[in-house]
Design a protein around this ligand. Structure first.
Ligand SMILES: C[S@@+](CC[C@H](N)C(=O)[O-])C[C@H]1O[C@@H](n2cnc3c(N)ncnc32)[C@H](O)[C@@H]1O
Length: 230
């Protein structure tokens, strides 16, 4: 599957690294805004620069709840987190916000700001599962001063390869739903979108070395943005 995806989008490995780099920048940005608690939805298989590692480096009092519905991802996370008091992992479907929030409330203090992370997640949530409604459930559960980070696959500016990627994923266990910029912006309904808005992922508050050299940002086929709860 990965090999086929790379044939369609040769930059895919670099794009995945660009997505993880956005995750780290978003966490550091939220910490700079006073956030000390993170709810990482669709956290995936742990890799370099996990949210708790970035957060604890910046703020030793940080706490993290990871959520994924994939038992393999959860098992790997459990083994990584065995010795880490500040972070825990829950196996749940993020569209069941009541269940996820029930677990999260026993680890995080919802009277204080929470950084909600939906990084490379919502393109796996079809319209029939109401992604905007799901985001709204988390938005309404957190206090003003909380944040939401989203990165999201798009077919914008991708031409034929956007359609080819969707067709490939449609034959997998995780069909992909590309959304255009306006649709990604709508997911931030009720949030104040922070500068620079919803942009191709390397353009979100880049740091030195953020852009893979010579690769145009739109080749990432991924939008990113961060919103603040008013
Ligand atoms: C592309 S990975 C992203 C992982 C990580 N957030 C990152 O950006 O590196 C998407 C993850 O979302 C998880 N996922 C997809 N749909 C989900 C759902 N409805 N509930 C919980 N997790 C979900 C998948 O199992 C997968 O681990």
């Amino acid at each position: 599957m990965a090999e086929q995806a790379i044939r369609i989008l040769p930059e895919l490995p670099a794009n995945m690294r660009a997505n993880r780099a956005f995750l780290r920048r978003a966490v550091r940005y939220m910490i700079s805004q006073g956030v000390r608690q993170f709810l990482d939805l669709g956290s995936g298989i742990p890799t370099v620069g996990n949210v708790h590692e970035v957060a604890l480096r910046e703020a030793p009092d940080a706490r993290v709840v990871y959520v994924d519905n994939d038992p393999v991802a959860v098992a790997h996370s459990q083994s990584i987190l065995e010795q880490v008091d500040a972070a825990t992992v829950v196996q749940a479907d993020i569209t069941d916000a009541d269940a996820v929030l029930g677990h999260a409330r026993s680890h995080l203090d919802f009277t204080r700001p929470v950084g909600v992370l939906m990084v490379a997640l919502l393109h796996f949530v079809p319209e029939s599962a109401d992604p905007a409604g799901v985001v709204a459930r988390y938005r309404d559960a957190v206090v003003p001063g909380s944040f939401l980070a989203i990165s999201h696959g798009t077919a914008d500016e991708q031409g034929e390869r956007g359609r080819a990627m969707e067709a490939l994923y449609s034959r997998s266990a995780n069909p992909l739903v590309s959304r255009d910029r306006a649709a990604v912006e709508r997911l931030f309904d009720g949030f104040e979108i922070v500068e620079p808005g919803v942009v191709f992922v390397p353009l979100w508050r880049p740091e030195p070395g953020t852009l893979p050299s010579g690769t145009p940002p739109e080749r990432t086929a991924t939008y990113a943005g961060v919103g603040r709860v008013r």
